[in-house]
Design a protein. Structure first.
Length: 383
């Protein structure tokens, strides 16, 4: 696998994948995901209403922040930060002009943010945020950051000496509008799309710079239809809490979804965020009621799915009603569904996933899923 560290005896429960001595960058989970957006207030309303996120914290003019505003939303262990600029000439404005609304920061919780910076930069990472300490009445946050694919960055957050809501500079955000949550628990994985030839480069980056291992590789024989194909390497950290599939396009008869993303995002970036639930039927039915559009799964998909996945606890007719797909591996099965892009550019979307023991990524659903994506591309005139 291109000399990458391979996962042996992978245990999703949190046991170390490989010897602790090799896991030089302990990561305790995803701290937050920050999106740069054109109108943070309106975006926050969407994420509350349609996806069930709850208001948590705010930073803006009222808190002394003069160049931007940020709304922090939470659901389960998932924190989203939606940030908009006040200055049209700012770096944030440049990011939005180029990419549209999109993920800028994937922040990771670490034991020591200063050491994380030292460990990664000495192994070749480009510095984004020099190690710094910020504080308020609730304690101290230490953080640092590095660049990764495209304009995406990782910020390392050390919050063991902080008891506040989010970060210094933020205050509690409360409104009278509080729609119920959707049962989302945590981020299962986040997918990065990179240019042709970039997959191995960035898989090697995560291996060499951050100590990640290659969990699984999919080639164009695994992920292809009559018209399009892609390749993917799933990188994971030592305890399995962080999983980053890295996708690149493969040669096909027509333009793949990865190429479409790269065209409209104007470069590599985060394609989708997979969020976990314990009751996917509830989550999806509620999201549909609140206006979320999902990819269409043809009814014929369900004609053979029982033969492929065997006995499951859920009623197949209910899964068919909501368009939820099923796949099985040697550890169990999973249920998954994909939203359409959540903005006008066909870029960022969400995956809803419920794992019933399975540790895989739905390989048996790839063909049906990608045919659905191709149907949407054809409607957009980008296939």
């Amino acid at each position: 696998m291109d000399n990458l560290t391979e996962v042996k005896n992978y245990q999703y429960s949190g046991a170390k994948i490989f010897d602790k001595a090799q896991d030089f960058l302990p990561i305790n989970g995803t701290d937050y995901v920050e999106l740069y957006v054109g109108n943070a207030k309106q975006s926050a309303h969407f994420y509350k209403t349609a996806l069930g996120f709850q208001e948590l914290a705010y930073s803006g003019l009222e808190t002394g922040q003069r160049d931007k505003c940020s709304y922090v939303l939470q659901q389960g262990k998932i924190r989203l930060v939606l940030t908009s600029p006040f200055d049209p000439e700012s770096e944030i404005s440049d990011h939005i002009r180029r990419h549209g609304d999109g993920v800028r920061v994937i922040a990771l919780t670490v034991d020591d943010a200063y050491d994380a910076f030292e460990q990664t930069t000495k192994r070749g990472a480009t510095a984004f945020l020099q190690p710094e300490t910020i504080n308020d009445k609730d304690g101290v946050i230490r953080r640092s950051g590095i660049h990764t694919y495209g304009d995406t960055v990782h910020i390392f957050v050390e919050r063991k000496n902080y008891t506040g809501l989010f970060l210094p500079g933020f205050e509690k955000w409360e409104t009278e509008y509080r729609p119920g949550n959707m049962g989302l628990k945590y981020i299962d994985h986040m997918v990065g799309n990179v240019e042709l030839g970039g997959m191995n480069q960035w898989a090697k980056f995560y291996n060499d710079v951050m100590g990640f291992a290659n969990l699984v590789t999919f080639d164009d024989n695994d992920i292809s239809t009559e018209y399009t194909a892609l390749m993917s390497k799933v990188m994971t950290n030592g305890n399995g809490y962080i999983k980053f599939p890295i996708n690149e396009p493969a040669h096909g008869k027509k333009k793949s979804q990865i190429e479409e993303y790269l065209d409209f995002y104007k470069g590599p970036g985060c394609q989708h965020i997979a969020v976990a639930t314990d009751d996917i039927v509830f989550t999806v039915s509620e999201m549909r009621k609140r206006g979320i559009d999902f990819l269409y799964v043809p009814g014929s998909y369900y004609d053979t799915v029982k033969d492929r996945v065997g006995i499951i606890e859920e009623d197949m007719e209910i899964l068919k009603k909501w368009g939820i797909m099923v796949d099985r591996d040697e550890e169990g099965y999973l249920l998954q569904i994909f939203t359409k892009p959540v903005e006008d550019r066909p870029t960022l979307f969400f995956e809803i996933i419920q794992r019933k023991g399975a540790k895989s990524f739905g390989k048996g659903n790839f063909k049906a899923l990608f045919e659905s994506i191709e149907a949407e591309q054809a409607r957009r005139g980008t296939l």
